[in-house]
Design a protein around this ligand. Structure first.
Ligand code: NAP
Length: 255
């Protein structure tokens, strides 16, 4: 895609699912890519897997709830990529719990990773670019759950709704620095996160969900979201700013 080759890209949560596919896509586009993951084994595996796909700049463990670690990792990624310009702000978790059973710890964990973590990484990244007088692009990972209140996901829905408003606020304040900021809203995508949740919902859950709720009749693939990440980060989206791209097989179009 136009303008991607040679960019320095940081993918948070780049060791699994959508983030791993995005890292691979950015490597295929000729970017230098740095990934972060939360756990050691998936990070090791991802680095091995991505090593063949292009110019992998490296990877580190990161808990996006740890402000100091976020700043350290952004510094390391910036150096390894010889200058970061693109952030796929992707790390996130989901928990399926009925509203009446969510406790304070559940609520805080989801909000801290999905919303506060996205703020912390986005701010540290933007500060780095502004300090270096560098333009760039940030893509924040939201969800269709930011746009509709799916049952049993109140904390997740609220965190992703917050990501959309965070995205608009970042766009308003960072546009003047030449940093474009947008959000992605995927629907049901086949990833380890959803495999874990679907496992507790009985056999055939994903197929049933797709048949009943998604007009295209199937769940999404990680490469289909990776393509949207690449588009929003590229020069093909040079006037796309402060908005949301939905990648959901038509799910939100259903009445
Ligand atoms: P996934 O396969 O579980 O990947 C999540 C990634 O985030 C992993 O790399 C994980 O690292 C990392 N992570 C988890 N907790 C973290 C923390 N505290 N600090 C830093 N990194 C952390 O999930 P996915 O489905 O690809 O989801 C990726 C993003 O897309 C999430 O923001 C999710 O909400 C969003 N999303 C997913 C769907 C979907 O249907 N799958 C739909 C809409 C939006 P480890 O593997 O090391 O734990």
């Amino acid at each position: 895609m136009r303008g991607l080759s040679g960019q320095g890209v940081l993918v948070s949560g780049g060791t699994s699912g959508i983030g791993l596919a995005a890292a691979r896509r950015f490597l295929e586009e000729g970017c230098r890519v740095f990934v972060t993951g939360h756990e050691a084994e998936p990070l090791e595996q991802a680095l091995e897997e991505l090593g063949d796909a292009g110019e992998l700049a490296g990877g580190l463990l990161l808990d996006v709830r740890d402000h100091e670690a976020v700043c350290t990792v952004i510094d390391a990624a910036d150096e390894a990529c010889d200058g970061l310009t693109v952030l796929a702000n992707n790390a996130g978790i989901a928990r399926r719990t009925p509203f009446l059973q969510i406790d304070g710890d559940d609520w805080r964990e989801v909000l801290e990773v999905n919303l506060t973590g996205m703020f912390t990484v986005g701010q540290a990244f933007a500060r780095k670019l502004v300090a270096g007088d560098r333009t760039g692009a940030i893509v924040n990972m939201a969800s269709t759950n930011a746009l509709g209140g799916e049952e049993d996901y109140a904390h997740y829905n609220a965190s992703k709704g917050g990501v959309l408003q965070l995205t608009r606020s970042m766009a308003v304040e960072l546009g003047g620095h030449g940093i474009r900021v947008n959000a992605l809203c995927p629907g049901y995508i086949d990833t380890p996160l959803n495999t874990g949740i679907a496992g507790g919902m009985g056999p055939g859950f994903a197929d049933r969900y797709a048949r009943e709720r998604i007009p295209l009749g199937r769940v999404g693939r990680t490469d289909e979201v990776a393509a949207a990440y690449a588009f929003l980060a590229s020069d093909e989206a040079s006037f796309v700013h402060g908005t949301t791209l939905v990648v959901d097989g038509g799910q939100l179009a259903v009445m």
